[in-house]
Write a protein that binds this ligand. Structure first.
Ligand code: HXC
Length: 258
């Protein structure tokens, strides 16, 4: 499907979704978020897709929600339309793994979008920030909650209250991103990670993703029990038999998502 604000390519079982509003540093407007929700839904339902990568340009992953679109809105319009209250949920509903490949600015809603993905790989020129405070507003797509879970209260408060940016090294040190690579290596690294995931059994990949996400939603004991039950359920799959047989026979497994 052709989108106005996204370029979507499917290659070797990976859907690469590129945010494409270069004139506004990929600022997230209603069209873009609607299209992203649609692209993720179709990736989730497409048997050829086993992992998703979301990226932007070398200059900006996304410089935030679109300030031009929001500037003249009233409270009644924002509340009445539940502004950006529904589209981002589609990211959370995606069962296949999503990697954010971030270069340049990931600010405001852009940082929030990256944090909604399953993990973030960034280029050495990445800059993360929640600068909404400079506009007389606050984060609105989960930034106060997710950044705090990623980097802890002190840094999250610092970022939200001062609006300062965090560079790639600090982002890695703080646990916001899983890897930092030179800019030229960003897409090869992200695509290689996606392909590595795509080669696993989808059943165990989706189960692992559900379990890690559960860590944010429940107590340790309940989370561990949830994990153990899903772990036990893996033994109902053919892929468990294949994975363990392949190890014992010293060969590569041929997973069939069964
Ligand atoms: C709309 C934006 C934009 C944004 C950049 N642009 N960010 N348009 N919304 N968030 C546009 C600029 O207006 C400009 O268009 C073009 O992109 C290039 O930007 P410049 O500012 O000229 O580039 P540069 O000098 O390199 O500065 C880059 C920047 C700066 C530091 C990223 O653009 C910036 O501070 N942007 C805003 C960041 C921000 O505050 N984000 C939070 C938004 S609020 P023209 O037409 O002038 O050339 C938010 C709330 C989320 O995200 C919750 C919602 C529910």
């Amino acid at each position: 499907m052709a989108y106005q604000t996204l370029i979507v390519e499917i290659e070797d079982n990976v859907a690469l979704i590129r945010l494409n509003r270069p004139e506004a540093l990929n600022a997230l407007n209603s069209v873009l978020l609607g299209e992203l929700a649609d692209a993720l839904k179709s990736a989730d339902g497409n048997d050829k897709v086993r992992c998703v990568v979301i990226t932007g340009s070398e200059k900006a992953f996304a410089a935030g929600a679109d300030i031009k679109e929001m500037s003249s809105k009233t409270y009644v319009e924002m509340f009445g339309t539940n502004f950006f209250g529904t589209e981002p949920d589609s990211i959370g509903r995606t069962r296949k793994p999503i990697i954010a490949a971030v270069a340049g600015y990931a600010l405001g809603g852009g940082c929030e979008l990256a944090m909604m993905c399953d993990f973030i790989i960034c280029a050495d020129n990445a800059k993360f920030g929640q600068p909404e405070i400079n506009l007389g507003i606050i984060a609105g797509i989960g930034g106060t909650q997710r950044l705090t879970r990623f980097v802890g209260k002190s840094k999250a408060m610092d970022m939200h209250l001062t609006g300062r940016f965090m560079d790639a090294a600090e982002a890695e040190r703080s646990g916001l991103v899983s890897r930092v690579v030179p800019l030229a290596q960003l897409m090869p690294e992200a695509m290689a990670a996606a392909q590595k995931i795509a080669a696993k059994s989808q059943i165990s990949v989706m189960a692992a993703k559900e379990c890690v996400d559960r860590a944010y939603e429940t107590t340790l004991n309940e989370g561990v029990l949830f994990e153990r039950r899903l772990f036990h359920s893996m033994f109902a799959t053919e892929d468990q038999k294949e994975g363990m047989a392949a190890f014992l026979e010293k060969r590569e497994p041929q997973f069939r998502d069964k």
